[in-house]
Structures are given as C-alpha cells and as structure tokens.
Design a protein around this ligand. Structure first.
Ligand code: FAD
Length: 479
C-alpha cells in the first residue's frame, strides 16, 4: 500500500514547479491542505481569498479535495495525520523569521508524533545563505551579489506531475468564507478591476509580458504610466508562479533576442529584468541573515536617529494622498485604488515620509504591508530601509528626493498625475507639479481652489530638506 502524504500548501499556490507536491506524487498518495495562520494585511487577505478559490477549483478539476483549515498548524497537522493515517508531511520552505522558527519546532513535534517531514526549496532562485562573498560573508552591495548569482546555475523548474494519486478521504474542510479573509470594507471590491489572482491567470500574464514587453523593459521600466514592468509581484508573493520558471523562460528569450533584430538596449532588457528579479533574492538573503531588520535599522548608527513624533493628521494626509505634492498624492492614491504602486513612485513617496515628514520608516512599511497586494516582508523591509538610507546599498539619507523635480523627470507630461488626481486635470502642465504656485486666474480656469479642492503642501520643501539634513547631522555627531 502506498504511503499517505500530507502536502501543506503555503506560499506556493501552484502546480508548476512545486517540489513538495511533485515529490509527494512520486512517493505516495497526496492529502492536500491549506491552513490559515497569521493575520495578514487587508490587500493580501483579499488576494489570498481569490487565489485559494482558484487553486481549490483547479484541484477539484483534478479530482482532489483541498482541505481548508484554520488555527495552529502544529495542532492541525498532527490531528490530520492521526485521522488519515498519513505518515509524512511535505512542504516548501518559507523564509520569514517567524516562519523559520515555527517550522523548526513543527518538524521536531511531528517527528515525535511519528510523522516524517520533508521540506523543499522553490520560492526563490537561490536558497538564503547560499550566495556568499569570497570570505564566506553576506554581500552588502547588490551589484556584487548579482554578479555572483549570474555565475550559478538556477535549478530547472519541475513539471506538473503526470499522474497524481489523491487521497479520497472525507475529512471536513472549512468553507472559504469561514477563513474570514475578506474584510467588510468596499475597498476590496475595487481591487477586482485590476487583478486576477491564480496560477492560470499568472502564467498568461507572464507569457504575454515575455512575448513583447520584456524587450522594452530597460527603456520604459521607470515610467509610472506605462505598465511597462511585469506586474508579477503579487503573484510571486503568493507563489502563483515560480521564479525559477521565469528565470529559465527568460534565458531562452535572451538567446532568441541575440538572433532577432533587436537594438542593444532591447537585447539587454531580458538581463535587466532578471537583475531586478534577483533583488528579491537579495532581500531574502538579508532578512534571513539579519532578522532584526524587520523593525531595526541595518546600519546601527540610525538607532539614535531623531525621528519626529507622528501627528495622526499628517500621517493620514500621506496615506490618503493629500500632501499637496501631486506626485506623492498620485502614488498614494494609486496604492489606495489598486493595491499597487510603481517602484519609482514607491521610492519617492517613501522618501517624502521619511525625509520630508521625518517619520520612522516603520510607519510607511506598516501602511504598505496593509495596502499592497504584493506585500512581502523581505522586499518591503529592504525597500523601506533603502529609502531611509538605513540598509545595505541604500540611497544615502542626505540624498533627498525633491518631489517636484521627480515629477518633472518621471512624469514630464503629467499623465500619471492627471490619472490619479482628476481634480488637477485642467491645470496647465507647468503648474501640475506645484499647483500652489499657479496664478489665481489659472486656478479659477481650472476650477481649483487651493486648500479646498486640492490641499496646500503639508510641509515646505526647502524647510523640510534643511530639517532632515540637520537631523542627519545630529545622528552623525552622536555616533
Ligand atoms: P518588475 O520590475 O517587473 O520586476 C519583476 C520582479 O522582481 C518583481 O515582481 C519583484 O518580485 C522583483 N523586484 C523588482 N524590483 C524589486 C525591488 N526593488 N526589490 C525587491 N524585488 C524586486 N516589492 C514587493 O514585491 N513587495 C513589497 O512589499 C515591496 N515593498 C516595497 C517598498 C518600497 C518602499 C520600495 C521602494 C519597493 C518595494 N518593493 C516591494 C519593490 C518593488 O517596488 C516591487 O517589487 C515592484 O514595483 C513590483 O512591480 P513588478 O512586479 O512590475 O516588478
């Protein structure tokens, strides 16, 4: 008789390149389970609900019953093993510090319970801790990390197993609604217009991007209006697609682009895209090597940084896109509307919070964690430490983005601003980046009263810049 194996699906809601499921299909009969554990951000919870729905339907069509449970996985898995007679649990690794800690305890407990555990690596290109410099230490500079990664072969993705034996148990499963993922706010309904969670939709999206847009990635990736990046981040965060599959299919494209009639920048675009994907691995390496970075600066000196005390009104103005700086407000409203924001704009809104308002970056990372559909502890932490200048290879604190100049540079014709701030759409381009400077007549013609239809700037740029630099100086003197 074949062994019964529980496959515990976690951040890997996919069939393609899923080693836990693949290996279990070779070794025995599969009992598939998903357990709702942590409290997650609102946008992520919305995503997970749809992603699980789609995955459950997919397994249904293969004759498998995905058992949904909630609660402590240690308890759930032990009970499930006892009730089904399963002799093993297989799962793919997660690398957040609390998950690593829990998994260690879980493995010991299950072994004591007579259940064998098999774990696999799949959600990153390289296992955290595996990319090291010549001295065997973690890399602090991304370019060096990337150069090493390029030399190391990435494991080929696994296919969907040809024959899977699913267990025919009658174990009761929660209904999806009982997992209480979707909150009662209307905000979530908006997200459906922009996203389609699930493995099939993800593969389609990836292959559409790979067919055309990937070759223009380097040319347009900094343009916030064009949707010229892959928009795969939430799909990667939920494991609906394997980064190894993206890597190998991109490599095939790279070979093709050498023979096709592409210009130099287009030929380098596939590599440019893969380089960006490797930032994700860099983030996970940092998170596993330095787990304290979730709430403490990587650079010790910043422990004494004199952050401002948060004023709720001001923080709320930032969150809801009411700062009076159009590029900042457009970015924050894009986030509130779609659960996503362009990378370039993430940097600028982050810099504004940390440097113009002098608020601790944790305020920003917490808001992003709640509202981003791609919220990911490693990427979000690294992103915020980068913005605040407190991480490795970060933008130095003293480099303060000017939100007006950034708008002129990355949104020269104001399309992005007009898209997310419709109240400014009649303003001539020149005043779109600093509407408070527009003459009364122009404001009247555009139907705008500053302070009524669109806010005054909540902080003056030159003042904020000087204040930030003096806080930085104070920290330097104390260290
Ligand atoms: P593409 O440009 O198409 O890149 C492909 C993939 O590479 C992305 O899906 C992502 O997985 C990875 N990637 C790209 N850029 C980065 C980067 N700078 N750092 C790490 N991985 C990257 N990304 C998240 O996935 N989750 C987060 O919670 C998150 N928070 C961020 C917070 C701040 C303050 C900043 C500045 C950046 C943050 N990022 C985060 C990184 C980046 O903004 C997004 O990964 C990117 O915008 C996603 O869009 P895309 O899928 O079209 O990316």
């Amino acid at each position: 008789m074949k062994h019964k194996i529980i496959v515990w699906f976690r951040q890997d809601l996919r069939l393609l390149d899923n080693p836990a499921m693949y290996e279990a299909s070779q070794d025995g009969v599969i009992i598939p389970v998903y357990i709702k554990e942590d409290q997650i951000g609102s946008a992520s919870a919305w995503w997970l609900d749809l992603s699980l729905r789609s995955f459950k339907e997919k397994l249904d069509s293969l004759g498998a019953n995905l058992i949904l449970k909630k609660g402590n996985p240690h308890q759930v898995l032990k009970e499930l093993a006892s009730r089904t007679g399963a002799t093993a649990v297989y799962f793919n690794n997660r690398y957040e510090p609390h998950h690593l800690e829990n998994d260690k305890i879980l493995i010991t407990e299950l072994k004591e319970h007579g259940v064998h555990v098999n774990t696999f690596h799949t959600n990153l290109l390289f296992e955290p801790g595996s990319i090291r410099n010549k001295q065997g230490n973690p890399y602090k500079v991304f370019t060096s990390f990337w150069k090493t990664c390029k030399q190391i072969p990435v494991q080929a993705p696994l296919p969907v197993p040809a024959n899977i034996n699913w267990d025919e148990n009658k174990i009761e499963s929660c209904k999806l609604e009982e997992l209480e993922l979707v909150s009662a706010t209307n905000w979530h309904q908006k997200l459906e217009q922009y996203w389609e969670p699930g493995e099939d939709a993800t593969l389609k999206k990836w292959r559409t991007f790979a067919e055309v847009d990937i070759h223009d990635y380097l040319t347009y990736r900094n343009d916030p209006v064009l949707d010229a990046t892959s928009l795969l981040s939430p799909h990667l965060a939920f494991g609906e697609i394997s980064p190894r599959l993206i890597w190998h299919e991109s490599k095939e494209l790279e070979e093709l682009s050498e023979i096709e009639n592409l210009n130099e920048e287009q030929q380098e675009s596939v590599e440019g895209f893969l380089r960006q994907l490797v930032w994700r691995d860099f983030a996970y390496h940092q998170l596993v090597d330095f787990p304290h970075i979730v709430d403490k600066p990587l650079q010790q000196a910043y422990l004494s940084f004199p952050w401002n005390k948060v004023e709720e009104d001001t923080l709320e103005a930032w969150k809801k896109g009411q700062t009076g700086y159009p590029l900042i407000d457009a970015g924050m409203r894009e986030l509130w509307e779609t659960g996503w924001m362009h990378n370039r704009v993430r940097m600028v809104v982050g810099s504004f919070l940390v440097k113009h308002l002098l608020y601790h970056w944790k305020e920003g990372s917490a808001w992003f964690e709640d509202t981003l559909v791609d919220a990911d502890l490693a990427n979000n932490t690294m992103g915020w430490q980068w913005v605040a200048g407190t991480g490795f290879d970060s933008s130095p604190f003293f480099r303060i983005f000017n939100p007006i100049k950034q708008a002129e540079r990355f949104d020269p014709d104001g399309t992005y601003i007009k898209k997310w701030l419709p109240e400014l759409r009649l303003l001539p381009g020149k005043y779109l980046v600093e509407p408070w400077k527009a003459p009364t007549e122009i404001l009247e013609n555009a139907n705008i009263k500053i302070g009524v239809d669109y806010p005054e700037p909540i902080v003056e740029h030159d003042f904020a810049r000087k204040r930030a630099l003096s806080a930085y100086q104070q920290m330097k003197e104390e260290n």
